[in-house]
Design a protein around this ligand. Structure first.
Ligand code: 5GP
Length: 192
């Protein structure tokens, strides 16, 4: 069949603190056509985070009502809060032909693998668990209790790494970025 190639969806997953966010923002500088889906969450905004930009910050009841209404493509409970991808965020970008990036944790990535098997799944792994602890402590955005919870989840998440199409070890930022860019560019240049 000919016609325009469908938009590509890239799922970037991996444990909290692995550097998904930094890699994605650098990647988007290199490939500006990539659009990032803005997730919804029930967690409190961190200082400097903006409503509708960093996340759609929702109350718990609103989040659950929107889950019931079928508005989410995927959603998961993570570290005491809900996170999810709104269908509207992805659909409008697919309709306009833009490639879309989802930055999500592992449970959500599994749901997308089921519902959108054509989406390209990329797992970002730390070189070692210790480096996650250093990053989470260094960014200073989470309490010691929250960091401990995130590290427990991270151990489980790391065990899931082989489930995904690609793995990129964030051992050195430039190198990892280059590898990620290579994967994304090669998929973008495939037709169909
Ligand atoms: P944070 O609270 O640090 O912003 O995010 C915590 C975790 O939730 C991170 O691993 C992040 O990638 C993930 N996350 C962010 N948005 C979504 C989403 O829409 N769905 C899912 N399943 N996870 C998300």
């Amino acid at each position: 069949m000919s016609g325009p190639a469908p938009s590509k969806v890239f799922v970037i997953t991996g444990p909290s603190g692995v550097g998904k966010g930094s890699l994605i923002s650098l990647l988007r500088h290199r490939i500006p056509e990539l659009e990032l889906s803005t997730s919804a969450t029930t967690r409190e905004p961190r200082p400097g985070e903006q409503q509708g930009v960093d996340y759609h910050f929702l109350g718990e009841q609103e989040f659950l009502d929107r889950v019931d209404a079928g508005e989410f493509l995927e959603h998961a409970a993570y570290s005491g809060n809900h996170y999810g991808t709104l269908r509207s965020e992805v659909d409008r970008r697919i309709e306009s032909g833009s490639p879309v990036v989802l930055e999500i944790e592992v449970q959500g990535a599994r749901q997308i693998a089921q519902s959108m098997p054509e989406a390209v799944q990329i797992f970002i792994a730390p070189p070692a668990l210790e480096s996650l602890k250093e990053r989470l402590e260094g960014r200073g955005t989470d309490s010691p209790e929250a960091i401990a919870r995130r590290l427990e989840v991270a151990e489980e998440e790391l065990e899931a790494r082989d489930e995904f199409h690609h793995q990129v070890v964030n051992d050195e930022l430039e190198r990892a970025l280059g590898e990620l860019e290579g994967i994304v560019r090669s998929k973008l240049s495939e037709s169909g």
